[in-house]
Design a protein around this ligand. Structure first.
Ligand code: SF4
Length: 105
């Protein structure tokens, strides 16, 4: 019988996480991260008191992290995404990825 993986084990392969597209989380002080798991703001991408949320969410950092997820380069994504066991924020379907890529400049 094989030994079970620890809860936080990172799967060897995984799909792009929809959190980077769907779940901006704004803290009470205005800090923005990409998912509800990120209580320590490892994936902080800005602060709405400094930068509008639209600008943060459509900015270069998140676009780079999204591309990294789509291409399976999770080490090039947000620090928390790199070690996340990816079990909460949903999957980007191939159709959604294709539509997103078609909309990229
Ligand atoms: S991969 Fe993990 S840390 Fe990154 S957005 Fe998805 S659920 Fe959050």
């Amino acid at each position: 019988m094989s030994k079970p993986l620890p809860l936080a084990a990172v799967p060897p392969t995984r799909p792009a996480c929809a959190g980077l597209w769907d779940t901006p989380m704004v803290q009470v002080n205005g800090d923005v991260t990409v998912c509800c798991l990120d209580e320590h703001l490892l994936n902080k991408v800005g602060n709405v008191n400094v930068t509008p949320l639209r600008e943060i969410w459509q900015g270069a950092t998140l676009e780079a992290w999204r591309n990294a997820h789509v291409e399976g380069r999770f080490a090039d994504s947000g620090p928390y995404c790199t070690s996340c066991n990816w079990r909460s924020a949903g999957t980007m379907s191939p159709e959604r990825i294709a539509a997103w890529r078609a909309g990229q400049a």
